[in-house]
Design a protein around this ligand. Sequence first.
Ligand code: ADP
Length: 162
Amino acid sequence: MRIFVYPGSFDPVTNGHLDIIERAAKICDKLIVAVLINRNKSPVFTVEERVSFLKEVLDGKPNIEIATFSGLLVDFMKKKGANTIIKGLRAVSDFEYEFQMALLNKNLDENIETLFMMTGINYSYLSSSAVRELASHRGNIRDLVPDIIIERIYKKYEENRG
Ligand code: ADP
């Protein structure tokens, strides 16, 4: 069985992530969307919120599983019986970091392959941090994230404002 893992912070999930998820799910038997429990970066959305956004958005997709992980990705993958990491590439700026990560993971476990998928044409400029920046100023995030999570994203910033 071909099991792919798509790791990330998903803080929050964007339409760019979803595009990669949908395309990757077509070329494997099972896609595990693995939400990183960040220890040094502090995310705006809690891991529970990030997972619940993904669940809502990916509801009913048969070969997609949502999981969380901390520690080494290769250890998580071993537990799940997966040996392929899927990554999205937006611009040259993503390349250096992803290149380093792919080589480090290969060094940790030679059975692990990293596959890169080019961003969808409409999403090359899109990142979770851009969504956070816009949402924090009540900017328009429609078309950047799935409609069903828009209100929850704004609400989080309202709460943070107190
Ligand atoms: P971000 O960089 O937006 O904070 P993550 O850390 O959650 O996102 O990224 C997880 C993965 O998704 C990475 O491989 C990243 O390159 C990819 N990715 C993020 N946004 C896009 C996009 N708009 N198009 C393609 N891939 C993307």
